[in-house]
Design a protein around this ligand. Structure first.
Ligand code: GMT
Length: 380
């Protein structure tokens, strides 16, 4: 198949999923064309089946906000037409689904039929998409997609609850490449960070308010009263200055380190003992899956799709949003030396259920289904 993938090429979870999916499809022999405003972060190598098309934006003094959606739709038309794509798969509804709708209509006028699949990732539905400034266009363009997928049952439920969607949404969970995300032999890192055998807590995110990073710091402070621990915070974003201030107020602020946007996050996860994800909302929680694949148990909230990933009492524990006391209690239980090895083993065994090789065929089959439906509609 010739597949066009549209996504945000930055550090966000949706861009990571889209890029990893494209790479995996290319390895299976499909021709994959990425259409984005810059080279996706993880697409930094050569593969004969991978292509990249940059969306160029003309700047003009009249534009207070550059019309990205228009430029993207024009680029989609160009790539579909000249690369003879079979299908367009857009990740994150805003503005990718509506740009795909415009492109589809333009191509239709030129007798080219291109089915569009929209994958909903989370904040495009639960946060941004529900804003009145986007809502009607989001609902319309999702309904106009030929196929719709969501990364969890909870996101599917939320989408039906908040938008008037008249089509079936297929749940295809996120996946993990266990060749990349596995426990690596990085014991020298552990010795450098935790020279006295402290337990290592890790959190990775884009530092947005929805991640509730202050809860991570407060859990850490509670843990410190009971056992020697260190905390690594990976990622960057708008909450970082606030969290840095909070950490500076902490008496043991040297035990908390900010690592920024680290690309090789699996190296840090390989030496971690516990991952904390206290998010207010999380459609799936890809960062937690990456941790579990590296044998790190997870303390998370029970918000959104997290209970579909993290199994309470097995791969970690789930608590209510903001319940720092409960998360501390569970963290102490996991970090107890008599429990930790079992939780680590369980975390990996849960991650294996989301292995790339299990999820990739779900996308390939869904592409086939959508293409077949499209062919039937055209034949009528
Ligand atoms: O978490 C973010 O703010 C980034 C966002 C994105 O779209 O890039 O992540 C969402 O998509 C990820 C990949 O499907 C999911 O694993 C995250 O749970 C989801 N984030 C939220 O729902 C807050």
């Amino acid at each position: 198949m010739k597949i066009g993938i549209v996504c945000y090429p930055t550090f966000g979870g949706s861009g990571v999923v889209a890029t990893e999916l494209g790479i995996a499809l290319a390895k299976e022999g499909h021709k994959v064309h990425f259409i984005t405003y810059s080279q996706p972060t993880r697409l930094d190598f050569f593969n004969e089946n991978l292509f990249y098309h940059e969306v160029d934006m003309m700047s003009y003094p009249l534009f207070q906000h550059a019309p990205y959606e228009t430029a993207l739709a024009s680029k989609m038309v160009d790539v579909v037409k000249y690369e003879k794509l079979d299908i367009l798969h857009v990740h994150y509804a805003i503005p990718h689904a509506s740009a795909a709708f415009i492109a589809k209509q333009i191509l239709k006028q030129q007798n080219i039929s291109i089915p569009v699949i929209t994958t909903l990732h989370g904040t495009d539905i639960t946060l941004v998409g529900r804003d009145p400034s986007f809502e009607s266009v989001v609902a319309f363009s999702i309904n106009q997609s030929d196929g719709i997928t969501a990364v969890s049952e909870d996101l599917k439920k939320d989408t039906y609850a908040h938008f008037d969607i008249g089509k079936e949404i297929k749940v295809i969970p996120n996946f993990i490449d266990l060749e990349r995300f596995r426990k690596l032999k990085k014991e020298h890192f552990k010795t450098a960070i935790c020279p006295n055998g402290e337990k290592l807590i890790v959190h990775t995110s884009n530092f947005r308010p929805v991640k509730r990073i202050e809860d991570v710091v407060n859990i850490f402070k509670n843990l410190r009263e009971n056992m020697p621990v260190k905390l690594l915070l990976v990622g960057d974003g708008p909450e970082r200055p606030k969290i840095e201030n909070l950490c500076r107020e902490c008496s043991d602020c040297d035990d908390i380190r900010f690592l920024g946007k680290l690309e090789a996050v699996e190296e840090v996860l390989s030496v971690a003992d516990l991952f904390i994800m206290p998010s207010e909302k999380e459609s799936f929680g890809l960062a937690a899956l990456e941790a579990m694949a590296c044998e790190v148990p997870v303390i998370s909230t029970n918000a959104g799709g997290l209970p579909e990933l993290n199994i309470h009492g097995f791969s970690g524990y789930l608590s209510d949003v903001g319940d720092v006391e409960s998360m501390t209690k569970y963290a102490l239980e996991i970090l107890d030396d008599k429990n930790l090895p079992t939780f680590k083993k369980n975390a990996l065994s849960r991650a294996k259920e989301f292995e790339l090789s299990k999820i990739l065929p779900l996308y390939e089959n869904y592409y086939g289904e959508v293409l077949e439906n499209n062919a039937t509609i055209l034949a009528v």
